[in-house]
Write a protein that binds this ligand. Structure first.
Ligand code: PMV
Length: 313
């Protein structure tokens, strides 16, 4: 018995960090994917093979004792296998760069939950999402679930702590150039740094939250209108706010500057401190923007919004 699923990566378009303090964020799925194949085997083992390493354990192990980024797969397989004799073989193929804020671990959890559960029974997307968030909590206890949600449903979503998620029914036709600083970041420690900034600068921070809220409301209108050049201006503005709260560094600043030369706007996406920036482009400036990064030996690739989300085969 074999089951296969794939899920897309994501970027945070607007609102990272401020979302922690109640501001709305906007996320979208992008067309880079992780594909997970699960297969039942006779041997009594859970075996996971991926391009970041392998993990092989007997079923029934203690999840807290496992120190591997592949832990969510083991968690899911272990949960499903209970009533079953034999084991599960899992293969993971990814074209998402890992650990740089593009949602690779959420995509793993979503595709993993779908592929592994698919071996036993057909469950709804909602149930797969629930399982995926449970699995993600084995590596990031405080996850908001935002990444898994956008990976499951695809498209663009707004999210805030009070109201949760809702899909934005607009299909803007832009390209994002994603440039990778290759600096791995710990989301947790960057979030702690922002908390310290907030505690030292309560007034500035509260003003920035208000400005970011207004900016996100404007963006929601601009997305409906597909107004790319104005969206670019909002990206540039949002980047200024991210600079102020101290999540940038010399490399990211340089990358933002390079992106700004030819794109409509460039900003950090996700926690910052490392990870990626994205530049907003359309057909007219996509290639030029890519070339600007390549000329400076910065790894980059272009993506579009993924409207499909989770796919099962
Ligand atoms: O680095 P990422 O893409 O996982 O982004 C983290 C987003 C933050 O707003 C910084 C934190 C959060 O929990 O929302």
């Amino acid at each position: 018995m074999k089951s296969k699923a794939s899920a897309p990566a994501k970027v945070i378009l607007f609102g990272e960090h401020f979302v922690v303090y109640g501001v709305k964020a906007i996320l979208c799925a992008i067309n880079k994917r992780i594909t997970v194949t699960a297969e039942t085997i006779e041997e009594n083992k859970i075996s996971i093979k991926s391009n970041i390493g392998n993990l092989e354990l007997e079923p029934g192990g203690e999840i807290t004792e496992i120190n591997s980024p592949l832990k969510p797969f083991y968690y899911l397989a272990n949960k499903m296998i209970r009533s079953q004799k034999g084991g599960i073989q899992i293969n993971v193929e990814s074209d998402i760069p890992l650990g740089v804020g593009l949602g690779s671990s959420s995509a793993c959890c979503v595709a993993g939950a779908a592929a592994i559960s698919g071996l036993f029974k057909k469950i709804s997307k909602e149930a797969i999402l629930e399982l995926a968030i449970e699995a993600e909590k084995t590596i990031f206890e405080n996850t908001s679930g935002a990444d898994c949600t956008v990976c499951t449903y695809g498209g663009i979503m707004e999210y805030d702590k009070k109201n949760g998620f809702s899909k934005i029914e607009s299909e803007p036709n832009f390209h994002l150039v994603i440039a990778n600083s290759k600096i791995e970041h710990s989301t947790k420690s960057v979030v702690e740094g922002v908390k310290e900034f907030k505690e030292r600068n309560e007034n500035t921070f509260s003003t920035l939250c208000k400005k970011e809220s207004k900016l996100v409301e404007d963006v929601l209108e601009l997305l409906k209108e597909n107004n790319i050049s104005e969206l670019g201006n909002k990206i540039t503005k949002n980047q200024e706010y991210l600079e102020t709260i101290g999540i940038s560094n010399d490399k990211l600043r340089k990358m933002v500057q390079i992106g700004q030369n030819k794109s409509f706007g460039t900003k950090i996406t996700g926690a910052g401190g490392g990870g990626c920036v994205f530049a907003l482009t359309d057909e007219s400036n996509l290639e030029e923007t890519m070339n600007q990064f390549k000329d400076e030996n910065i790894d980059c690739f272009s993506v579009k919004i993924d409207f499909k989300g989770l796919d099962t085969f």
